[in-house]
Each structure stands twice: as structure tokens, then as C-alpha cells.
Design a protein around this ligand. Structure first.
Ligand code: GAP
Length: 509
């Protein structure tokens, strides 16, 4: 997908009620967005698919809904007050601020694209006998670029771990990275910025500073024993949660990719120490399968193993999607060891241990976390689904080929004309179907125009009521992707809907 096509996705989101800039009439709020009527349904369906896959499909995973406000000590214990920082750098000419690590990652992405182009050219030159692996291992240009990228990884990892921010600036200068706005290399020093928003809560003894949670995970950790005891959970077991998180993202770009207020869907899986790598591999595999189940082209997904591990992790991998601006993280799977529970034990003075009857021992469980951004997943679905098609006769249509189970509207019921009882018949169908599915009724405009509008919001099925329907009790079904039409009895509609749009097939895998 090109930059141009990405602009189309953003425009489409606005035109068809998926996503709006927040407070747009006041010129908007940077990196904050509102979901419109179709966007809200799509987001709800993605959330529901995640929830059902994680909670409903697993006997040993339960869900909670913790508050956004938490005791401020939570964030001291979790390490967010001291360590949840981004290294920032300013360009003195444009006065723009950037994340230094992102500038380096973008540089690496350019290198990757260069290498891929080199491989593509060679594949054309050598034809059928081309061996891509061999080429990547021997071509001097590809090798030089791969080495450069590995060098960036190494320096970035070492400097982040040692807190040597000056070295990151030197690296940016060494690579001659320029500000995309001013084109200059006139950079400030690199400095750390904490990403948490703070606010005040009145208390009897004065004001106390609170934070808006930057991740939902801590609400799970502090409730670990409450859930384990009240749910009589036995290890291994998981606690899932969806909800808002807040981060003061200084560099906010790329539409809903990096927002200041966003939604996470997280699951902490509590395991016996020593088994965490086995579960890490299990969830790494299971989560990629979940992404692919929605029909997204597997070549647009990849794993990215973390080079620089977060302070709490002993293994971490990202599931990345190939956005128009390159491969970027959609979900992280982290083996968080016993870091969080141990910290909360220390800071709260309360024991957070599990008695394991199988080994007759009490211990602090290890945790494997799966953490996906709902808004990013939404963006993946919009990017993957939006197609501009040229039809026979040269006419074009915008069609959103979402998996039917997550489409905002499952079927549109369209009387061919308003008169002669057709609208009433269509309304009766609408009333019957609405009990089980989100359906839509529309009687205005020519039928072709109505089909196009439904294509654009991803409605998988259009049900047209015409004069024959009055005689034969049947309707025309038109399928979104193929535009194939067939005639079926009105009485058969509930079964057809259940077969075509239900989440059941997705959940059965
Ligand atoms: N509990 C672990 C955690 O929060 P993370 O990698 O910082 O890990 C998890 O965030 C996911 O949340 C990311 O993979 C991404 O999809 C989403 N996410 C993080 N920051 C975001 C932002 N500013 N805007 C939108 N989504 C974001």
C-alpha cells in the first residue's frame, strides 16, 4: 500500500463515519480521535472477537474490568515513574521534536526497502533459477546494508541499556539523518521524557497526584490474588482485560497508529516458574494465528524479536503489520518473569503468592503477556480491507472487504421502490433480522447507488425486496465481494445470515 492509498484510507474513515479527528470544530486535538457510528461497530466487533477468543474459548482465562485510576504507588512499583521514558531529540531549525529511536528505526526501514528492491531487481534479472537466500548472503550491497542495520540495533541497544543518550545523538549524526521538515542536521541533545499523564485527586489530607494508566496490565497484576482466590483458578491461568490507556506521545503521527488516548486488549497468563518459555512460544504462535484468521494476507505480517528488552522482560516479540509507512508493531508478546508481582509485593507489603498443590510449594508466578492495541488492529483491518476496483464498463467502486463477522453492518435490506407495499415488506424483514444481527434499512436512491454505499462500509450482504418478492416470498441476495446475486426464500434468511456473518466459524478456527 502506497502513501497515496493510506491517504485514501484516512479520507474513507472520515467520509463513511469510521474515525473523526477529536474536537474537529475547534481545529482538532493532536493524536486524539473519535470513532463514528460505523467505526464504533467495527471496533466493538474486533474487541468482541478478541474477548471471545481469549476468555470464552479458554476454560482457564477470565476477564476483569479494572479502574483507570490506580493507587500512585502502583506506578512506582511497576517502574513507570522512573523508567517509562522516550528518548527525544529536537531539530533546532524546524523546532520539531522526534523520538530518537524512531528516527533510527525509520532509517532502518529505508535500508530494508533498499535491500528488498535490490532483491526484486535480481529476481527479474536471473529469472526462474533465482535463489533469494543465496543472493542475500552474497550480494555486496545487500550485505553492506544488513551490516549497517545490525550496527544500528547494536548501538541503540547498548546506549538505551546504559542510558548513554549522547551516543544516540552521535549515531544520528554519523548516519547523517536529517529532519524531515527542515532538512537540516541541526539537532539538540537527546533527552528522556516520561510518557505518563498526571492529575490530582482530592483527599482529606490534601491533593494527591494520580496517573492515567499507561497500560491496562497493572490493573490485572494488582488483582491477581483477588481473581485467583474468588475464581478458584489453578496455574496456568490467564486474566484478560480491555480498556483505555493514556500516553503523552510527543511525536504523534500516522493517524490512529500512535494516539495519546487508545485502547488495549491485554491478557496476563500466570505460569509456574521455569515453564514461561514454553508458554511464550505457545502464545506467540496462537496470537499470529488469531490475526491471520481474519483473512489478512500472511505476507503482510511478520514477527520482530526485541533487541532491547523492556526492564521487566526476559523474552519479547512483536507481531508487526506492513503499514504504508513500513512494518510496525500491532501486538507484543512479553515474558515478564515475576517482575511485576514481586514489585507489588515489595511496595504493598502484601504477599502475592500462589500455593501450587501439584508441587506443594508457594511461589510468585511468572507471567506471559499478550498485549494488542485495538486502534492499531482497527487500522490494520481498514488498510487490508479497502479496495478500489474497476468494474466491467469502466465504473469504479470502493469496497471494504472486512471479514463478515467484524463488519459494522451485517446486511442491508433494500426495497427496490418505496411504494406498492415493498417498503413495508422490507421493514418486516428488517424487524425480524434485527433481533440477531445489526442490519440496516434504506429506501432512498437508485439500487446501484445503495449497493455502492454498503460496499464502502463493508456490508457483506444486501437483501433486495422487489415486485416478485410480493408474489413469491423471496428476495435477491447480493454478495459484497463477488457481487454475485441469487434468489432465496425470505424464510431462509435467518439461516443464511447465521452461515455468512456469524463469529462461530472464526472461533472454531
Ligand atoms: N503491557 C504492555 C504494553 O503496554 P506496549 O508494547 O507498550 O506494551 C502494547 O503496548 C500495544 O498497545 C502495542 O502493540 C500497540 O498496539 C498499542 N499501543 C501502544 N502505544 C500506543 C499508542 N500510543 N497508540 C495506539 N496504540 C498503542
Amino acid at each position: 500500500m502506497s502513501e497515496e492509498q493510506f491517504k485514501n484510507v484516512i479520507a474513507h474513515c472520515k467520509e463513511y463515519g469510521f474515525v473523526f479527528q477529536s474536537s474537529e470544530i475547534y481545529d482538532g486535538l493532536s493524536a486524539v480521535y473519535d470513532y463514528g457510528h460505523n467505526g464504533t461497530e467495527l471496533k466493538k466487533n474486533i474487541r468482541e472477537y478478541w474477548w471471545k477468543s481469549m476468555v470464552q474459548m479458554h476454560q482457564n482465562i477470565v476477564g476483569i474490568d479494572a479502574a483507570i485510576f490506580m493507587h500512585p504507588k502502583t506506578w512506582k512499583a511497576s517502574g513507570h515513574i522512573d523508567g517509562f521514558n522516550d528518548p527525544m531529540i529536537d531539530n533546532k531549525d524546524s523546532k520539531k521534536r522526534y523520538r530518537a529511536d524512531v528516527l533510527l528505526e525509520e532509517y532502518q526501514e529505508k535500508i530494508r526497502i533498499k535491500m528488498d528492491k535490490e532483491v526484486e531487481k535480481a529476481a527479474i534479472r536471473f529469472g526462474a533459477g533465482f535463489n533469494e537466500n543465496m543472493f542475500r548472503q552474497t550480494n555486496p550491497n545487500v550485505l553492506r546494508n544488513a551490516e549497517k542495520s545490525a550496527y544500528i540495533d547494536k548501538v541503540l541497544k547498548e546506549s538505551m541499556e546504559s542510558g548513554d543518550l549522547a551516543r544516540i545523538k552521535v549515531l544520528i549524526e554519523e548516519l547523517e539523518i536529517v529532519c524531515p521538515v527542515s532538512g537540516s542536521r541541526n539537532w539538540t541533545e537527546v533527552r528522556q521524557f516520561n510518557l505518563m499523564y498526571s492529575t490530582q485527586m482530592s483527599a482529606l489530607d490534601g491533593e494527591s497526584e494520580l496517573y492515567l494508566r499507561p497500560e491496562t496490565a497493572q490493573g490485572i497484576f494488582v488483582n491477581f490474588l483477588n481473581v485467583q482466590k474468588s475464581g478458584r483458578m489453578k496455574i496456568p491461568f490467564g486474566i484478560a482485560q480491555t480498556g483505555k490507556a493514556f500516553r503523552n506521545e510527543i511525536v504523534a503521527r500516522q493517524f490512529i497508529m500512535r494516539m495519546k488516548e487508545f485502547e488495549q486488549m491485554e491478557m496476563q497468563f500466570f505460569v509456574r516458574p521455569g515453564t514461561e518459555m514454553e508458554w511464550f512460544r505457545y502464545w506467540k504462535d496462537a496470537r499470529l494465528k488469531w490475526h491471520l484468521s481474519l483473512g489478512t494476507d500472511p505476507k503482510n505480517y511478520r514477527y520482530h524479536d526485541h533487541v532491547k528488552l523492556a526492564h521487566y522482560a526476559n523474552a519479547a516479540v512483536d507481531i508487526e503489520y506492513d503499514f504504508p509507512f513500513g512494518f510496525k508493531e500491532v501486538e507484543g508478546i512479553h515474558s515478564r518473569t515475576d517482575f511485576d508481582l514481586k514489585q507489588h509485593e515489595e511496595f504493598s507489603g502484601k504477599k502475592l503468592r500462589y500455593f501450587d498443590p501439584e508441587v506443594n510449594e508457594s511461589y510468585i508466578p511468572y507471567v506471559v503477556e499478550t498485549s494488542i492495541g485495538l486502534d492499531r488492529m482497527f487500522l490494520v483491518q481498514m488498510c487490508a480491507a479497502l479496495h478500489e476496483e474497476t468494474l466491467e464498463g469502466g465504473e469504479t467502486r470502493s469496497v471494504l472487504k472486512l471479514h463478515p463477522a467484524i463488519a459494522p453492518v451485517k446486511a442491508a435490506i433494500l426495497p427496490l421502490v418505496k411504494k406498492d407495499g415493498l417498503a413495508e415488506k422490507a421493514e418486516k424483514i428488517f424487524d425480524d433480522l434485527k433481533l440477531d444481527h445489526p442490519v440496516y434499512f434504506e429506501e432512498k436512491d437508485a439500487i446501484g447507488k445503495r449497493y455502492r454505499r454498503q460496499d464502502a462500509i463493508g456490508t457483506p450482504i444486501c437483501i433486495t425486496v422487489d415486485y416478485d418478492s410480493m408474489e413469491n416470498e423471496d428476495v435477491t441476495i447480493r454478495y459484497r465481494d463477488s457481487m454475485r446475486q441469487e434468489r432465496i426464500k425470505i424464510a431462509a434468511l435467518p439461516d443464511l445470515m447465521n452461515k455468512e456473518v456469524s463469529m462461530k466459524d472464526l472461533l472454531m478456527g
